[in-house]
Design a protein around this ligand. Structure first.
Ligand code: AMP
Length: 585
């Protein structure tokens, strides 16, 4: 196949943005391509040389590209540089610079797809001493035989900047039409792609073996499976309803997803994006070798950083230390990890992706040995929303970020987001675990049952910069009848007819108090508030901070003076800490 035919199609693609038009151009291109060259064509069109999991990377430096262009065009270095900078794209620069010089060279050899692919492959694979010169030579040879248009795409591809805007699924659409003669066969192609993650292979198979061949594609050890993804619903009740009332609930841990392929003694680990991460987690590979039964197994699990003394899990960020190319052995000991396995997709000769969750989970429990570093992720079956909420708390307490709720009947839908798995994160707030000491600066008369006594108090924090007391909340819960009797007596000496000068408040209570009495409170969270002046403008212009669902703990802190109350600065800090938690969820 001539490379010029490929380039003609690329040029047409640049003129289209609609998915259908792109699909039709690709379908034409696939039809023209000989069977044995289909994988090359597909990978190049994706801007790759092989599927990602093979780890062969395109991407020569722009310096090298400029040198090659200078040699191939015979134009001065400065002009080449300038043209590149002005156009902002190596391809456009190449086309411009080569246009004149190429008109004379009508007799040059015509480039083939295979030659372009093989040369780019060799360039990507060359490393070590003298590799720059070798790459340069290869690239110049290729450019010498290329037309200006061909050079444009060769250089873009070599730099890893092809960007044709062609989605993988559009290539599958085109393949269904061009090679299987039927738009509807796209589903089968998609499945084959999702279990093999190799688009070139799937397209070639369609051409060689037709629909039957595509349908027979099986999960294979060593080829990563595109991961199943979870939907999201806000409440346990909705999830129960969606799944028919009977669900499996699992801890959702905050680590890195890993797909582990065990083949005898060899273990390969893939990331969620299907890149090989075996070198990041040699310890995980060892656990799989030792603690997972079976010769050929594909499992999925969450790798989590662990404190080996307490057994606690750390949040995801802790795993960042493992992202090293060198010295991993030492780092591994410093930042140990544990694996919580959550699925098994292949086990001794059997593809399990078509089996229901309940069967896969049973198999998982059979093959995974529970050790300090390995276990099936904690899970249970339930029909009750209440139990789900309780389990959520357990998960959070164990360092998790929520729950994964799984439909016991659901198969493993590779590469798809669906309602077979639904994630339930805890509400987007974090419990304030610390108590907050606040000063009573006012009281509001009660109604109903509280008629005749105070129904709520107005509380303030201490602003140590301004040396005053901005209000932060009203509080009405947590008071016993005894408290409600005792407190007014305690407060009586500090009553004031007007707002005390050192109190800031928009809200006007029935009674003002000089800031003296400090009480201990807890609350579910700190929120931004338009009605309270504490921390005004500290987080957002025009907003202060307030306590949500505050509650009296029953303790009057009579050992504390008003200046010993929680300060505005501390409140702002606690708010910031909450925010961090929300972001990491
Ligand atoms: P998210 O990234 O928020 O869409 O959540 C999905 C991710 O949760 C998966 O990719 C896994 O890395 C992670 N995860 C943690 N625990 C589980 C579990 N028990 N089952 C499935 N995925 C889990």
């Amino acid at each position: 196949m001539k490379y010029s035919a490929v380039v003609d199609s690329y040029e047409k693609l640049q003129g289209h943005s609609g998915r259908l038009a792109i699909r039709d151009v690709l379908a034409e291109l696939l039809k023209q391509t000989p069977e044995d060259e289909l994988p090359m064509l597909v990978y190049l069109t994706q801007g790759k040389l092989l599927p990602d999991y093979e780890g062969v990377e395109l991407g020569i430096a722009d310096k090298l590209a400029l040198r090659a262009l200078h040699t191939a065009s015979g134009k001065p270095v400065e002009l080449v540089r300038e043209t590149y900078i002005r156009s902002g794209d190596i391809g456009t620069a190449a086309e411009k610079l080569l246009e004149e010089s190429r008109q004379e060279s009508l007799f040059s050899e015509q480039l083939t797809l295979k030659r372009v692919y093989d040369t780019l492959f060799a360039i990507a694979k060359t490393s070590g001493e003298g590799s720059i010169e070798a790459k340069l030579k290869d690239l110049v040879n290729l450019l010498n035989d290329a037309s200006a248009k061909e050079a444009k795409y060769i250089l873009r591809t070599a730099m890893g900047e092809l960007r044709l805007g062609v989605a993988d699924y559009t290539i599958l659409d085109a393949c269904a039409i061009a090679l299987l003669g039927e738009k509807g066969h796209r589903k089968a192609l998609e499945r084959a792609y999702n279990v093999s993650s190799d688009l070139g292979y799937v397209v070639q198979l369609a051409s060689q073996k037709g629909l039957k061949g595509v349908e027979r594609v099986q999960v294979q050890i060593g080829k990563p499976i595109r991961p199943m993804l979870a939907e999201r619903l806000p409440t346990a009740e909705e999830i129960l309803k969606k799944m028919g009332g009977d669900v499996a609930i699992e801890y959702k841990l905050d680590g890195e997803r890993a797909q582990m392929h065990k083949n005898g003694n060899k273990v390969e680990i893939f990331s969620r994006r299907l890149e090989v991460i075996t070198n990041t987690y040699p310890d995980v590979a060892e656990y799989v070798r030792q603690y997972v039964k079976g010769k050929q197994v594909i499992l999925e699990g969450e790798v989590v950083a662990i404190n080996t003394v307490t057994g606690e899990y750390y949040p995801f960020q802790e795993l960042m230390h493992r992202r090293r190319k060198h010295g991993i052995e030492a780092i591994m000991k410093q930042y140990p990890v544990a694996v919580n396995f959550f699925d098994v997709l292949f086990s001794d000769g059997q593809d399990l992706t078509g089996r229901p969750y309940s069967e896969r989970r049973a198999e998982l429990e059979r093959i995974v040995q529970v050790t300090e570093f390995t276990r099936p992720v904690p899970a249970k079956r339930t029909k009750s929303a209440e139990e789900i909420e309780k389990y959520m708390e357990d998960s959070i307490a164990a360092g998790g970020e929520g729950l994964m709720i799984k439909d016991p009947q659901a198969v493993y839908t590779a590469g798809a987001r669906g309602f077979g798995w639904i994630k339930l994160k805890r509400e987007y707030r974090s419990e304030l675990t610390d108590t907050i000491d606040l000063v009573i600066v006012g009281a509001i008369h009660g109604r109903g049952r509280r008629a005749g006594v105070y129904g709520a108090f107005l509380l303030a924090a201490y602003d140590d910069k301004k040396n005053d007391f901005p209000t932060i909340t009203k509080i009405g819960t947590g008071f016993s009848d005894e408290d409600l009797e005792k407190l007014p007596k305690l407060l009586k000496p500090y009553e004031s007819l007007v707002k005390p000068a050192n109190v800031e408040s928009q809200l006007v209570p029935d009674v003002w108090y000089k800031p003296k009495v400090v009480i201990e409170t807890i609350a579910s969270e700190i929120t931004l508030s338009p009605s309270y002046p504490a921390g005004l403008d500290a987080v957002r212009k025009g907003s202060g901070l307030a306590l949500r669902f505050p509650k009296f703990t029953g303790k009057v802190r009579d050992e504390k003076g008003p200046e010993d109350a929680t300060t505005v600065k501390e409140i702002v800090e606690i708010y910031g800490m909450q925010l961090k938690k929300i972001k990491s969820e």
